[in-house]
Ligand binder design. Structure first.
Ligand SMILES: C[S@@+](CC[C@H](N)C(=O)[O-])C[C@H]1O[C@@H](n2cnc3c(N)ncnc32)[C@H](O)[C@@H]1O
Length: 342
């Protein structure tokens, strides 16, 4: 049966669902939801079905499974949400929430959905902040390009002694970050609506950790997944310039300005960009110990560098110094870039 002749309208999802029969069991509804989502190309159909049911029932996934065993009925409207998910609306837009490390974030249209891979980036910043706390310091941490506030709020939650600032240029995303900061007011973060490249001049030379997951997708690497291509804001995906690294270059220069000598920069990138990003950090002349680190999946996904104490009087501008090298580093059809950030 085609999407058009199933009586559910031209935009019905592939494998279209039947309306939830009144009183259908949770087990039957989840089985049907899984079938529909698999047909629609969702990579984790069972998990998505359980999470949608859990969202409607106010339960976690383990509790949904327990509810199945107890023979509970499917929640009303489950199939409506399944249909939306089959149209590749992001799961997190349907539930309105995204977990990031221990923080439960509000997300929706207008803000980038935080990715699990970025948790590894946050880990490096948290480890460094904790190291400073153990040495008797109260670390100053800045999250550039904060989006929902994910990294900043995770640092604030996990390193309560840290003072945390977060910068976001897009008013819509900033509004989501404000909402999340209000929801997690016990882990305070100071938010700034500003361009990361010029923000926080008042903190120049004082910051201990600059952490960032900036946009870095090249202009010709259109994301494959509809959830990313059609729902993550363009400003959150595309980094600018032919290589997607204009904003990351600006973040590196901002970190060189903000960090105190010995301060740490950690910034996410696509794995194909590892060498180019190392080169632009090195070319700035402001960093030592420039290295690439892997995420939990073992892929090169972040640059880590320490602010040098001595900086050349005329540091090399990384925009021009490495432009030739990073061009073409991210092939348009590279799957890592096509799905990124994260
Ligand atoms: C890939 S998203 C990451 C969001 C968040 N850090 C996370 O990991 O979920 C990049 C974010 O950077 C913001 N952004 C883009 N250009 C920026 C700039 N020049 N200054 C500050 N924020 C910027 C986007 O609006 C978006 O929210």
């Amino acid at each position: 049966m085609s999407g058009k002749d199933n009586g559910r309208g031209a935009d019905a999802p592939p494998g279209g669902s039947s309306p939830a029969p009144g009183g259908s069991s949770l087990t039957d509804a989840l089985r049907e939801a899984e079938r529909i989502l698999a047909t629609a190309g969702i990579a984790t159909p069972r998990a998505d079905a359980e999470l949608l049911a859990g969202h409607l029932m106010g339960l976690g996934r383990a509790e949904v499974r327990a509810a199945e065993i107890l023979g509970r009925a499917a929640p009303a409207n489950l199939m409506d949400l399944v249909d939306e998910r089959a149209r590749r609306i992001p799961l997190q837009h349907l539930t309105g929430r995204a977990p990031f490390r221990g923080v439960d974030l509000a997300v929706g249209p207008g803000v980038f959905v935080p990715r699990p891979e970025t948790e590894s980036v946050a880990q490096v910043a948290i480890d460094e902040a904790n190291r400073l706390v153990a040495a008797g310091r109260q670390p100053l941490v800045v999250d550039l390009c904060t989006g929902s506030g994910a990294i900043a709020l995770a640092v604030a939650a996990e390193v309560p002694a840290a003072r945390v600032h977060a910068v976001e240029v897009d008013p819509l995303a900033h509004a989501w970050a404000e909402r999340n900061a209000r929801e997690h007011a016990r882990s305070p973060v100071t938010l700034h609506l500003a361009d990361a490249r010029s923000a926080l001049a008042e903190l120049d030379g004082q910051v201990d950790v600059v952490v960032s997951n900036p946009p870095y997708v090249p202009p010709d690497a259109v994301p494959v997944d509809p959830e990313v291509r059609d729902h993550d804001p363009r400003i959150a995906l595309y980094g600018g310039g032919v290589d997607g690294l204009d904003v990351p270059r600006g973040v590196v220069l901002a970190a060189a300005r903000l960090l105190a000598p010995g301060g740490l920069l950690v910034m996410e990138h696509a794995d194909v960009q590892a060498e180019a990003v190392r080169r632009l950090a090195t070319a700035s002349g402001a960093f030592t110990e420039v290295s690439t680190r892997a995420d939990l999946g073992g892929r090169d996904r972040m640059v880590v560098a320490r602010r040098a104490s001595e900086v050349p009087s005329t540091p090399t501008d990384p925009v021009t110094a490495v432009d030739r090298d990073v061009r073409g580093c991210a092939a348009p059809d590279d799957p890592d870039v096509a799905h990124s950030p994260s």
